[in-house]
Design a binder for this molecule. Sequence first.
Ligand code: RFL
Ligand code: PHB
Length: 394
Amino acid sequence: MNLRTQVGIVGAGPAGLLLAHLLHLQGIESVVLESRSREEIEQTIRAGVLEQGTVDLMVASGVGERLRREGFFHEGIRLRFDAREHRIDFPALTGGKKVTVYAQHEVLKDLVRARLEAGGQILFEVRDVTVYDLDTAAPKVRYRTREDELRELACDFIGGCDGTQGVCRRHIPGGTLAVFEKVYPFAWLGILCEAPPSSDELVYALHERGFALVSTRSPEIQRLYLQVDPGDKLESWPDERIWAELRERLATRDGWAPKEGPIFHKTIVGMRSFVLEPMQYGRLFLAGDAAHVVPPTGAKGLNLAVADVRVLARALEKFYKSAKTDLLEQYSATALRRVWKAQRFSWWMTSMLHRFPGGDAFQYRVQLAELDYVTSSRAASSALAENYVGLPLD
Ligand code: RFL
Ligand code: PHB
């Protein structure tokens, strides 16, 4: 059986689901195809920090109610180095902006529910997705349903929102895309633990032994990260070793220590910066991690996915309302301007806050001097704050 829709969307992550939701609000039909199950996407632990613009868009588009009730509003972050802590005050430095800590899988639950309640189609557990006829006015997605039936979805446009491991970009002819990539020589070990908050705001720490980050999820659950070697396995990080490193890297002169509790989730993620240009081929438009990846130090990945789909939704809306293609033609250039600024910020935060293997004492002193400058100059603190709360969406 073959189906038809206006916009076929591959991937039910933040990019794909929000795109479907924004299109629906403009009366544009879509079908979302996702390889995992609903339970799986709603349980995957990933991002936590939402920019002001992401929150504003979710609230304005009617999917921000629970976020407003249950999210934690943070008016600053703490930078810790040389065993001292310095606060970056967001509202004071950005004209009143702040960030919200609300887990990515909670955003996904809100978006899935909104789509299903509005009668939207999300096909979970599809397999063998391929996209083709991309350079025609009738691109298509072929896939196998959960029941193992081969189907074809004919569309006007395809949203490639299938993340870093996605298939959409692989169907773009060789030689069409330029790839920009930087792999960092370290990874993050992330944990979730049952403990009350150790700090009322996120703490980013640079220590001679490496980076550490204190984040949060709820009054009972804390999220912490530690710089580790990219080749490390979880087996070499028993709980006691994790706590010992966190205590040491986060220590302050006045004796601060993280609140500890049973660890119930551990992962190691590699760190890289990656951009594909352009983010479009024919009628396939890439958005989110399918087109670019940032190291998580600036908390930008999910927010960039949101910014991309807002630009794309507006361009599609203009096409369906007035048959004008100018915004669609500008999509990649418009999105990439913001993408590169977020790449720069994420690379800069990462470089300032991690120990580089083989990095000499000179490099470490320069990092400390940079942190000292960032926390003592209003101009430098403002630059960090402005980027962290998020550059304007347009
Ligand atoms: P996603 O979320 O990866 O969603 C892609 C979806 O596509 C599906 N898929 C396919 N479906 C059908 N057919 C195929 N062939 C498919 N291939 C893939 C996948 O199953 C998936 O459901 O991409 P999207 O929507 O672009 O969203 C990007 C964000 O998920 C990502 O940038 C963030 O998680 C990054 N990130 C953070 N971003 C922030 O803004 N703030 C943060 O605080 C933050 N912290 C983080 C992070 C990422 C982390 N990890 C695990 C890399 C912390 C960590 C540790
Ligand atoms: C998180 O809470 O998962 C988190 C917070 C800040 C980051 C990255 C991840 O920079």
